[in-house]
Design a protein around this ligand. Structure first.
Ligand code: FES
Length: 166
């Protein structure tokens, strides 16, 4: 190998080292831009998207009224309502205590609704018997759908008692 060819090889080697460094900087730049664009796209999507809190519907389908025999008090743990079949018809009542919002429980052995937090007690129609609760348990609007199901609107508190006749 001649001196000239070594010189040429040396120059080529120096050129490749320089070329590798340049390529590394280009790759780091492209990577940084890609990361910045991805972050901007994510934040842009969240900024432009609707700022909405999706909540479940307050209307509950309790099923067929036949499932609530006369004299029964049914507590729906999922929707936190009582479905009571009294002498005058079916009615729905909130299971949330009017004192500080604890969930009450039906006590079949006593025939009352009791709050486990501070001892409020209510009759089966929500009337307060004792305890710190300031108001009776509210009745909720209930009706029979076109399909024959008992529907209850947990957001619609009734001012007067209202029965669903089956
Ligand atoms: S929350 Fe029910 S009695 Fe206090």
């Amino acid at each position: 190998m001649s001196q000239d060819s070594k010189k040429e090889t040396g120059e080529k080697d120096a050129g490749c080292v320089d070329c590798g460094r340049r390529q590394a900087f280009v790759k780091m730049g492209v990577g940084s831009i890609a990361v910045a664009c991805t972050g901007a796209a994510v934040f842009g999507y969240e900024f432009l998207g609707p700022n909405v809190l999706y909540e479940p519907s307050p209307i509950v389908n309790a099923g067929k009224p036949d499932g609530f025999p006369p004299g029964s008090v049914t507590q729906d743990q999922a929707s936190l309502v009582y479905i009571v079949h009294g002498a005058e018809g079916i009615y729905a009542m909130s299971a949330t205590c009017t004192h500080l919002g604890c969930i009450t429980a039906w006590k079949p052995e006593l025939g009352i609704v009791a709050c486990p937090c501070h001892g409020s007690k209510f009759t089966r129609d929500g009337t307060k018997i004792e305890g710190p609760a300031p108001r009776p348990l509210p009745w909720l609007r209930a009706w029979i759908s076109d399909e024959g199901d008992l529907l209850i609107d947990r957001s619609d508190f009734l001012a007067q008692k209202q029965y669903v006749r089956t």
